[in-house]
Design a protein. Structure first.
Length: 135
């Protein structure tokens, strides 16, 4: 279910849909329906499965560190620094970008933090916690 989660832009809508889908799959694993009215916490304790949003956020965090440490000029790094040349902005709130949750968790200089792996891994909990609270 988390195939390609490294590249997802985590929005509230995506997080909600992931959690709903995971709960439905867990109920199906246990042979339960919504009519049984068993709390989600109890279902999670029975299955012992980790939260999908936490897993997706951790995968994204690890991928961000991997991309920023690359120096070989691959597209993944080039795209991260790319700015469109159109020169005009659309009306309304700008759409969420891939890097926005990382910037929110550790700040604008997150690319410099990736060079220090132990420190980068220690900050992983901040991003994971951010998305755990939202969903």
């Amino acid at each position: 279910m988390t195939y390609g989660a490294e590249t997802w832009t985590l929005t509230k809508k995506v997080v909600h849909r992931l959690k709903v889908a995971q709960r439905a799959m867990e109920r199906a694993m246990l042979g339960l329906s919504l009519l049984d009215k068993i709390p989600n916490v109890e279902i999670r304790n029975r299955t012992g499965i980790t939260d999908i949003v936490q897993r997706a956020a951790a995968l994204k965090w690890n991928w961000a560190g991997h991309i920023c440490r690359r120096e070989d000029g691959r597209w993944s790094r080039v795209i991260l620094d790319w700015q469109p040349r159109t020169g005009h902005r659309s009306i309304g709130r700008p759409p969420a970008r891939w890097r926005d949750d990382i910037v929110k968790a550790v700040g604008k200089n997150w690319m410099q933090l990736t060079s220090n792996r132990p420190r980068w891994r220690a900050n992983e909990e901040a991003l994971v916690q951010q998305w755990t609270e939202i969903g």
